[in-house]
Each structure stands twice: as structure tokens, then as C-alpha cells.
Design a protein around this ligand. Structure first.
Ligand SMILES: NC(=O)c1ccc[n+]([C@@H]2O[C@H](COP(=O)([O-])OP(=O)(O)OC[C@H]3O[C@@H](n4cnc5c(N)ncnc54)[C@H](O)[C@@H]3O)[C@@H](O)[C@H]2O)c1
Length: 268
């Protein structure tokens, strides 16, 4: 370990169980010397194992539904109290589509479900940053990261309305990132991660086949949740101070591939 986050304070959204990307980020942030508050939707508190993670990482838990402005206001206030000052890093690791969950194909999506998924997966990032911005909660040279997926740029039919949510999420990172940079010298980025076997990932139809396909397409293979956590730690550290307004692909090279020999062999 390198003490990359020594003395830094953070808020980590989205650790549900040990497969969650946010879970790995919390473990790695702890190892690198950070202190942080863990948060998740109240329902996930009951279903998930977040208490186990909190014990392991000496973190406190503050529940918040990321679509609720009052929950987020409370979270930001409580976090500053608990951590004894302003925040250095924030991870938004939240995604959910009701259309995906119910297996409704993209052309037939139910718009009330679409609106719910958009609020949870995309607009929540604006609401989180708005709460931080209004409360002047971020330290100078702080870092805010959200997790995205390449369906924001390319077509993956079964990713459904989550593709549109990710495009919106990435746009929010750029738009709000400007104001955070200008006013607080805080950077805002999204990481576009490989398919990863987590609760949210496995909810997508045909996930296992797709995971293999992406792995064989990528010269370095799929990036794991732990590797994603390592990359996230680098973005929270002082080694990446001038990286902002970016969508950063962390996918073993998948996003720039046309075809690989491993995939071609299957068609010869
Ligand atoms: N797994 C993949 O293949 C993959 C690939 C690229 C990007 N991502 C993104 O990574 C992020 C984390 O997902 P994951 O794969 O670790 O799955 P996960 O299921 O472990 O995490 C998703 C989290 O979102 C939380 N959440 C849902 N509704 C919420 C709400 N209203 N308020 C607060 N939290 C809420 C859940 O409780 C859960 O902890 C998501 O943004 C996801 O889209 C995942």
C-alpha cells in the first residue's frame, strides 16, 4: 500500500455486498489511509451487508436514497460532522433500471419505469453534486467519480434504457464538473468500466455470455471490480489533480477494438 489517500475524507455510495465495485473501493480506500462515510438506500441497508464493510473499514453508515434531496442534505451535513470537516472524495456507484429488472425490451419500455431508472441512475449524480456544491462541502483539489458503461456511446441492446441513463450521467459529469472546477478546484470524472459480475451487472439479460465476449475482445481482458477500485483510488489521489470533465475507459482496451483473433476464430 502507498498511503495514497492518507488523511483524506470521503463519501462512498453503492456498496451492497462484497461483489459491488463500491465495496472494493471502500476496502482499497481504507488500505490507502482514507476515512469515509458509507451510504446506500435505506432498503439496501436491510438487504445488503454494508454493516460488515463498515466494521472492516472503521466507517460510519449514513443511509440516503440518492434520489431524495433531503436525504442527501442530511448525508452531507452528517458526513462533515463525522469526518470533522470538508470532503476530499466522493464515489457515485449507483445504477438501477426497472425496465431491465422486469425484462421489458427497449422499444416497449414503460416510461414511469424509465423515469424511475433515470432518477436513480443519472439525475441522482446531479442531486449528489448539488448537495455538495450548495454546502461548499468539498475541499480544494477534491475528486468526484461516478461509474459508467460504454453503452453510453455504442449499442448494447439488452442494456436497455440504462444506455441513455449513462449518456446523461456522463454529460452531468462534464456540465457540473465545469462549475466544481471553476468554484472549488474540484475535479469530476466518470469511469467507464468493463462488464463486472455484481448484482447490478448480472441483472442484464445474457450477462454471462456478454462477459466472456468482452473478455475475449479486449487485449488485456476485462477489468475486475478490484482493478476498477485501484483506478478509482488513483483518481482520488493527488497524482491526478488536473484530470477533469473526462469519461475514462477502464475496460482492457475493449472500447477501441473492432474485432480480436479470439472472436474471429469462432466464425472461421
Ligand atoms: N457491473 C457492471 O457490469 C458495471 C459495468 C460498468 C458500470 N457499472 C456501474 O457501476 C455502478 C455500481 O454497480 P455495481 O456493478 O457495483 O452493482 P451493485 O448492484 O453492487 O451496486 C449498485 C448500487 O446502487 C445502489 N442503489 C440503487 N438504488 C439506489 C438509490 N435510490 N439510492 C442510493 N443507492 C441506490 C444499490 O443499493 C447498490 O448498492 C453502477 O453505476 C453501475 O451501472 C457496472
Amino acid at each position: 500500500m502507498y498511503n495514497l489517500l492518507k488523511g483524506k475524507k470521503g463519501i462512498i455510495f453503492g456498496a451492497l455486498d462484497e461483489n459491488s465495485i463500491a465495496w472494493k473501493v471502500a476496502e482499497r480506500a481504507h488500505e490507502e489511509g482514507a476515512t469515509f462515510v458509507l451510504t446506500n438506500a435505506p432498503i439496501a441497508m436491510r438487504m445488503g451487508k454494508i454493516k460488515e464493510l463498515a466494521t472492516k473499514t472503521n466507517a460510519e453508515i449514513v443511509p440516503a436514497d440518492a434520489t431524495s434531496e433531503s436525504d442527501l442534505q442530511n448525508l452531507v451535513e452528517k458526513s462533515m460532522e463525522i469526518l470533522g470537516g470538508k470532503i476530499d472524495f466522493v464515489l457515485h456507484s449507483i445504477g438501477m433500471s426497472v425496465n431491465v429488472r422486469k425484462g421489458i425490451p427497449y422499444p416497449e419500455q414503460k416510461y414511469n419505469f424509465t423515469e424511475k431508472g433515470w432518477d436513480v441512475s443519472a439525475l441522482s449524480f446531479h442531486k449528489v453534486m448539488s448537495a455538495l456544491y450548495k454546502n461548499k462541502a468539498m475541499n480544494e483539489w477534491g475528486s468526484i467519480v461516478a461509474l459508467s458503461y460504454m453503452a453510453a456511446q455504442r449499442v448494447f441492446p439488452d442494456y436497455n434504457d440504462m444506455a441513455d441513463n449513462k449518456a446523461y450521467l456522463e454529460s452531468i459529469a462534464r456540465s457540473f464538473g465545469y462549475f466544481f472546477g471553476r468554484d472549488f478546484k474540484v475535479r469530476v470524472n466518470t469511469i467507464s468500466q468493463s462488464p463486472t459480475p455484481t448484482t447490478a451487472g448480472q441483472g442484464v439479460k445474457g450477462f454471462d455470455g456478454f462477459l466472456k465476449y468482452a473478455d475475449e475482445m479486449s487485449p488485456l481482458g476485462n477489468a475486475t471490480a478490484l482493478e476498477c477500485a485501484d483506478y478509482t483510488i488513483s483518481l482520488f489521489s493527488d497524482l491526478t489533480k488536473k484530470v477533469t470533465l473526462q469519461n475514462l475507459f477502464h475496460d482492457g482496451g475493449f472500447s477501441n477494438m473492432g474485432v480480436s483473433e479470439a472472436i474471429m476464430e469462432k466464425f472461421m
